[in-house]
Design a protein. Structure first.
Lengths: 260, 261
């Protein structure tokens, strides 16, 4: 396995990402609307006992915003790959002087890099908000841990979206499947509400919410930015497993499907 | 002279076309279930008792009614995407050649876009009404007739934007941004009373606020936080009239001449 061809694939997909400047502008405004409108209003309505460990709902939600953003950006690679398969652009990709494994791995990593880059300004916003409200700024090691965790979530999400995209040639079916995954993963996570609340409102789904990589990503960020929930190394293991499983699955599926 | 028969023919065609989007419709239904069964149930336990009292006793009921209005809005907007689909396949030129005037065409499309949205959201609306429990049927019927106008207005709005910008990418993003802002800056998810002052003004004149509060009033949700029904009805009539008029004017002027991207 050579690194250079993988970097070429990542570079290509990464430059393609900036073609969607309208999409990026739209997504950014939606993410910011969630934080600066919805979270601000909810802060005035939430029972303070529920968010007392996090200053306010606004501060609690800020790290969740980073996850929302990176998930949406990383998921976009699946839409492109689904389109490439339908329009047989994948045949052209196979004609490139790059081994299939390198091509497949490069695409999964590219999706992850896209998510991480898109999420960066929102992470900076989150850091600013949490610093403003709590006066706490993570040290270098904590910041690197957050970045690593978010990058792994991004890679896992990219793999998940590619695996979904390759499971059907129908764009509509892909969109439907994406919708199901998206809503289940987000609403059964701690992105929007803390874990004790999920345990009390939806005890049947508490286990999914606890091991959901989006929950682990959001809670790990909160651990270092807000001091709660306490750090649990299992969160990192959970995220790493998510990234490993879906990156491998997507790589194998991509190699198999493009050769059909 | 506008022929109602021809207007209905156009509307009927749009209603039939809607069934082609079966996967998108399934996705919207999944979104509805997830919003209510997951997000709604958890968020309901997150709010203070005074909030629950202010919204009529249960935030969950308040929220589900709001979700119905966001569903009506997002499905009525589909008509704009249809216009781009037709431009892409050259169907617009065909539509311009049929013996239907431009006014009839856009009026039919507004009505068709609104009606199909109502037909699709209908079963979910019944489910939500079952959860809330209807206390006054006449009140509900009055609210429903205004909601019909609301969906026609949204369809007219979508047509107006689609024929104004003539670029599917920009339309897609603009509708996404509009959706994000118009829903969050309305009373579909929360009452005006809990919004910061800088959002209150926009939320108070937002057509989604009028529609959501009118639906809640029709369903019998007694709450001081709602917009008065007469004011809400007036707001919806104004919204419908403005965008149906704009839709007709712009449709007539800009539909011909190509330039679709």
């Amino acid at each position: 396995m050579a690194i250079k061809p993988i970097l070429h694939v990542i570079q290509r997909d990464f430059s393609y990402f900036f073609r969607y400047k309208w999409w990026i502008a739209g997504m950014l405004s939606m993410n910011l609307a969630d934080l600066f409108i919805m979270a601000v209003v909810y802060t005035n309505m939430v029972n303070p006992n529920i968010t007392k460990e996090y200053v306010s709902y606004f501060v609690f939600f800020a790290p969740g915003l980073t996850i929302t953003a990176l998930f949406a950006a990383a998921f976009m690679i699946g839409r492109e790959i689904n389109m490439e398969i339908r329009r047989e652009i994948s045949h052209y990709m196979l004609s490139l002087p790059i081994r299939r494994f390198e091509l497949a791995l490069g695409r999964v990593l590219a999706g992850g890099v896209r998510g991480a880059i898109y999420m960066a300004p929102l992470l900076a916003t989150t850091l600013g908000i949490t610093y403003l409200y709590t006066g706490v700024f993570p040290n270098t090691l904590q910041l690197l841990t957050i970045l690593l965790a978010l990058f792994l979530v991004s890679i896992g999400t990219s793999g998940l979206s590619i695996a979904l995209a390759l499971s059907t040639t129908s764009f509509e079916k892909y969109i439907t499947a994406r919708g199901v995954v998206y809503y289940v993963l987000f609403f059964c996570s701690t992105v929007f509400y803390p874990m004790p609340l999920i345990r009390s409102a939806l005890p049947q789904l508490a286990l999914i919410a606890q091991y959901n990589p989006l929950s682990c990503g959001a809670d790990l960020s909160r651990t270092f930015l807000l001091g709660n929930p306490p750090f649990d190394p299992l969160m990192l293991v959970d995220i790493a497993l998510f990234a490993l499983i879906f990156a491998s699955l997507a790589t194998l599926a991509y190699m198999k499907v493009t050769q059909k | 002279m506008i022929s109602l028969r021809r207007v209905w023919t156009v509307a009927e065609r749009d209603i039939k076309m809607f069934l082609r989007y079966k996967f998108l419709l399934i996705m919207r239904a999944i979104w509805f279930v997830a919003q209510i069964a997951l997000f709604g149930l958890v968020v309901n336990q997150m709010f203070r008792q005074d909030v629950q009292n202010a919204v009529g006793g249960s935030y969950f009921n308040y929220y589900t009614a709001g979700i119905i209005i966001t569903m009506l809005y997002s499905t009525a907007v589909f008509i704009g995407y249809d216009i781009y689909e037709e431009a892409d396949h050259g169907v617009i030129e065909y539509l311009l050649s049929v013996p239907v005037s431009r006014k009839e065409l856009v009026l039919g499309r507004s009505i068709g876009g609104g009606l199909r949205s109502f037909l699709y959201v209908g079963p979910m609306m019944l489910f939500v009404l079952y959860i809330i429990g209807v206390s006054n049927v006449l009140q509900l019927l009055a609210a429903m007739s205004s909601l019909f106008l609301f969906t026609f207005g949204v369809a007219g709005f979508s047509i107006t934007v689609a024929v104004s910008i003539k670029s599917s990418d920009r339309f897609d993003i603009l509708m996404g941004v509009t959706d994000a802002l118009i829903v969050r800056l309305s009373t579909t998810l929360y009452p005006v009373a809990y919004m910061p002052p800088y959002y209150k003004g926009l939320a108070s004149v937002n057509p989604l606020s009028f529609a959501a509060d009118l639906f809640r009033w029709g369903a019998g949700l007694e709450s001081a936080a709602l917009t008065p029904p007469l004011l809400a009805t007036f707001g919806i009539v104004a919204f419908f009239s403005l965008f149906t008029f704009l839709g007709i004017v712009l449709h007539e002027r800009r539909l011909e001449g190509g330039g679709w991207q």
